[in-house]
Every structure is written in C-alpha cells, then in structure tokens.
Design a protein around this ligand. Sequence first.
Ligand SMILES: [Fe+2]
Length: 472
Amino acid sequence: MLKKVCTDFKPEYPSKKLMNHPHLSLSVLNASASAAAAIPANAQANATTHSTTPQPPLVEQYSTIRNFSEWLCQPLQIEDYGIQSMPDVSPPKWHLAHITWFFETFLLVPFSPGYTCFHPQFGYLFNSYYEAVGQRHPRPQRGLLSRPTVEEVYRYRAFVDEAMRSLLTSPLTPEIESLVVLGLHHEQQHQELLLMDIKHGFSINPLRPAYRSDLPEVEGAIAPQEHWLDYPGGLFEIGEAHRQQITNFSQFSFDNEQPQHRVYVEDYGLAARLVTNAEYLEFIEAGGYQKAEHWLSEGWATVQREEWRSPLYWEQIEGQWWNMTLGGMRPVRPDEPVCHVSYYEAEAFAHWAGKRLPTEAEWEIAAAQVPIQGNFVEQGYLHPTPARAVTRPDQIFGDVWEWTQSAYLPYPGFRTAPGAVGEYNGKFMSNQMVLRGGACVTAQNHMRASYRNFFPPSARWQFSGIRLATAL
Ligand SMILES: [Fe+2]
C-alpha cells in the first residue's frame, strides 16, 4: 500500500523547410561493423528472455538498466534535453526524472523508512498519469520546464539510486521485489521512448541533426522475395498466466498480457518477412494516398487533414526519397522494412495489396515458435534492417513493431493490480490498437511473444511497420 507521496505542491500558474543536411554525405559503414561493441557490456549481459537460469541479484539488474538510460543520453547536448516537439513527446530530461520518480514514489516512500523525497515538488512535475498519487503538470507543457536543470535531474537520479541500492541490499519482501521488477521494465519502456522522442525532436530541426553519426548501417542487403507461411487453425492458448507478484525480472509479464486463455483461429497465412520500403513505394506511386477506396473512413480523414503522402520522416529531395534516422538523413533503402506508419496506413496498404493485417492471436501463435532474437537496441543499428531468411517467419522480433488488426482490449479474466500501479495499463484500453514484437530500439530482454504494445491508430512516431496476413 502507498502510505505517502511527494505531491504536496500546488502550482499557481495555470511545414518543414529543408535548409541544410550536414549528414547527407554520411559515409556508409559496413554492416559487419561491431555495433554491439558500442553498447555498454553490462547492458548486454542479461539479453535472455523468460530465462529460467539464475539471474543476477536485483541490485545488479537495477544498476545495469539505470546506467543504460544515462548511456543513451550521452550523445545529447545540454540544449537537446528540454525539447518537446509535440504533445506526445516528452523531453529527455523529463524521461530521466520520471523513471526516477517511479522508484521514489512506489518503492522508497512506502518501503524505505526515513526516506525524504529529493524535492517536494517533483511528484507534481514527474508524475505521468497516476491519478491515485495526485495532480500532475500538464503533459503538453513538459517542454516548458527549464528548471530543474539537467544537472539537478542527474543529481536526483543519483540520490534515488543510492537509496534504492540501500533498499535492494536489505531483506526484501515479494511485494518490494515485484515493484522493483515492474520499475525496471518501466524504465526499459522509457528507454525506447527516449529514442523515439529524440528522433522526433531532431526531425523537426531543419538541420536534421544525427543523434549519433557513428551508427552502423546494413549496406547492399537484398530482402528475400515475398513468401508465405501457412498456419493451421484450431484452439490455442495465448497470454501469460495471471500472477499477482512477479519477483524475477526474466519471468516478468505486464498485467495486460494476462491471463492465459484460449482462442480459436481459422487457417491463416503470414508473410515470412515485413513489408519493405520498395513495396510501400509501389503503394505510394500507385496513388495509394490519393484513393479513398483503400482507407478506413477515419484514416482517410486523417490523410486529408494531416496531408500525409508518405510515412513519417520521409521526404523527397530532387526526386529522391530520404528519411530521417537516429543517424541523420539517409536515402530510403528499398529492402529495409517500412517504418513509422500509422495503423491507418498499415491497414490501407494491406487493403491495396489484397491482404489484411494479422490478429494479435495469429501473430502470437506464430511468434511462440520463434526464438526471441533479432535487431534490438543491443545490435546498435537503431534502425530496421533487411530480412535475411524466409524458411520461418523472419523479423518477428525486433526491427519494427507490427500493427495487428486487434483492438487493445482486456483479455478474458483480466485484473488490474491493486493500488496506483493498477493504472499502468488497464485504463488505456479504448481507442488503441495492439502492436507486437518489439523494434530496433527495444531491449531484447524486455521482449516476449505475449508482449502487447498499443498506440492510437493515427500514431506513427513509434517504430511501427507492417506484416501481412491472409486467409487460406
Ligand atoms: Fe512512465
């Protein structure tokens, strides 16, 4: 139970133009470049998922994941930390503080006797959406906070980390362990958000800066031809068994993946790889964005209103398509998976192609037969890479989150956790669609076949792409 919170503060205050591309001449690095070598070794140490092997002590896992958040911010300049390029995006400084607030609020305040909050007003500033722990600073105004400074936020992190290490080296109850494990997976989610939000923030800058100009690239890879894999229908179990307190990091699942339950699916086919940029370009060049017949009504209205003509981050320069990446501007490579498309675009593309998107059950049944390997954040590309093989579903994990045709809804028997952390997932179960499989900015040991990500159908700043399905 939460005993007290640090929220006693009541505030009193209530078209892109291309000018210059410093990175257009970015030299192409060979795919064999050791991208992973750039990642801190301790961030890769636990890259196993649902492992039953002994795990490092929780205090070590805590340090590894907390350090990785700060490592991701190392390429930033001080001016980059405060940028909020749209209401959905949060400044890097806010992310760093919010994930720290999570541990302070849900672990240190209730369970660390004598703990005093670093700052009495940080609960107001860095609470994201938890109604049960008090009022919040308006989300669209996070970019207006020049204070606390970046330096103060890093001191906040160090202060909380010291108290957390003290807590984690004392005897722990299952309740504490499970909240720490939740906090670590929460921090991993924000690591992905950090990269998504940095990319968006840099994309609106006419200089199109590179987050890192040393990212490796896959050069000259050819995606395999379109190939289909058949799956027999029947009765299957999907999801994870309901557990109130998960004390093992590698055995973790969010409440929205629970409980395990039966689903019936008809025979179906699944594309062996993701839709490529070349295939998506065919859709664009066939007038896909100009023909209402391919679009859901809301999607068509969005295309008109937002004047979409291509995926987010694409721009045409002297007849050539370029896209903004975390490595700066690069040519759109035909064999890479298409990325940064909305649900509406994914659905319209599938309609144009005479196919459909998979349901989340169909996707999970296929994914459960595949090892959790792929192009994750540990590979260091921070960009989707071409498919390799078609003898089994490729790119299921990593590269891009795959839109499904499934609405984000509670599974039969879904229960939220008691207390404020019960607000984590359940209250967002309306007007959003499920995406599966993780992306090139997701940590490998954060992923599993049952993982349910979700975004509104118009969102496209996440690393989202398309895998087609069909009836047999
Ligand atoms: Fe959060």
